[in-house]
Ligand binder design. Structure first.
Ligand code: NAD
Length: 304
């Protein structure tokens, strides 16, 4: 492995990737980024990073490569495609996938990378766009201990809580559990808000007092204000959370684990998408609760 890591390739400069790449620059790494479409990735350029036109250009320069892509097919394409990372990489490259993807793809990609002599970690994150901007993400890492130690400076540049949770794939399992808790908590906060509003309660005061008791949680702290204002600008898209519930439920079924609440949350995200809200923030679960209660989400938004 090339140590110390000087040049970091970063593929996938979206909501999460652009600020994470910028934080790597701030931590002293030379960052060379690539994104498929011309996204607004000023965050990286303003921080002093570079953006190139192909995956091959990234691979030729980088000592380590991070991907932060939407899903398994995107990761597989970027890694294993004809002009992908493996086809243009030297053995001993460190490759870290920080996207949230399914276990089967993670294992396939890890095997292909290892066959090529590339060191590979799965390191999905939690903490959302704010966590990415503030470099305060939780990073859950699967893979070899030595590779984890080599990648630790990268994780410390983007995150605050970093844990090596097991061998290859373990990071994705922990992330799936994270998405179960986050999705379930959003659903409960959404139900609480609709319930409180129906009784004409002063919801801001209610949220404050709930936050101070046993019901307190990060969704109340960080997301409830946006939910009260019906601001569903993403953030974390419903489409992505729907994908993550599929990853969770497939992995649970494969292991013979029954997750009845998880299954319900998965169905709720399916319904939100079916109503055309897939591109909204995952807190748009609130709109589903409104519809189930016979309300019109447009009218509720207009009076929020
Ligand atoms: P996003 O859609 O904003 O960003 C993904 C980026 O990848 C886009 O800019 C897209 O153009 C680019 N891309 C797609 N295919 C590509 C390809 N083949 N080559 C190069 N670039 C390509 O998504 P995001 O919100 O940044 O999420 C990225 C990953 O992080 C997802 O797996 C998501 O589940 C996970 N995640 C997101 C959040 C969040 O709050 N947004 C939080 C934790 C984890």
């Amino acid at each position: 492995m090339k140590e110390p890591i000087g040049i970091v390739g970063f593929i996938g400069l979206g909501v999460m990737g652009a600020p994470m790449a910028a934080n790597l620059v701030r931590a002293g790494f030379d960052v060379v980024g690539f994104n498929r479409s011309a996204r607004p990735y000023e965050a990286l350029v303003l921080a002093g990073g570079r953006v190139v036109d192909t995956v091959e250009e990234v691979t030729h320069e980088a000592d380590a490569i991070i991907t932060m892509l939407p899903d398994g097919p995107a990761v597989e394409g970027v890694l294993l495609g004809r002009s992908g990372v493996l086809a243009s990489s030297e053995p001993d490259l460190l490759y870290v996938d920080m996207s949230t993807i399914d276990l089967a793809t993670t294992r396939r990609v890890a095997q292909a990378a290892e066959d090529w002599g590339v060191h590979v970690l799965d390191a999905p994150v939690s903490g959302g766009e704010m966590g990415a901007i503030e470099a305060s993400l939780s990073v859950m890492v699967g893979g070899d201990t030595e590779d984890f130690a080599a990648a630790l400076p990268l994780f410390e540049a983007v995150g605050k809580t970093i844990a090596h949770v097991g061998p290859s794939g373990a990071g994705q399992i922990v992330k799936a559990a994270n998405q179960l808790i986050v999705g379930g908590t959003i659903a409960l906060v959404a139900e609480a808000i609709v319930f409180l509003e129906t009784y004409d309660i002063d919801t801001e005061s209610a949220i404050r007092v709930l936050s101070g008791g046993l019901a307190g949680n990060r969704i109340l702290d960080r997301k409830a204000a946006g939910m009260l204002a019906r601001d569903f600008h993403p953030g974390f898209r419903v489409d992505l959370h729907h994908k993550d519930m599929g990853i969770l439920l497939d992995a649970a079924r494969d292991a013979g684990v029954c997750l009845p609440v998880g299954a319900l949350i998965g169905q709720m995200f399916t319904a939100v998408r079916a109503h055309g809200d897939g591109a909204l923030d995952h807190t748009a679960l609130l709109r589903l609760v409104e519809m189930l209660s016979g309300r019109d989400p447009q009218e509720e938004a207009a009076t929020a």
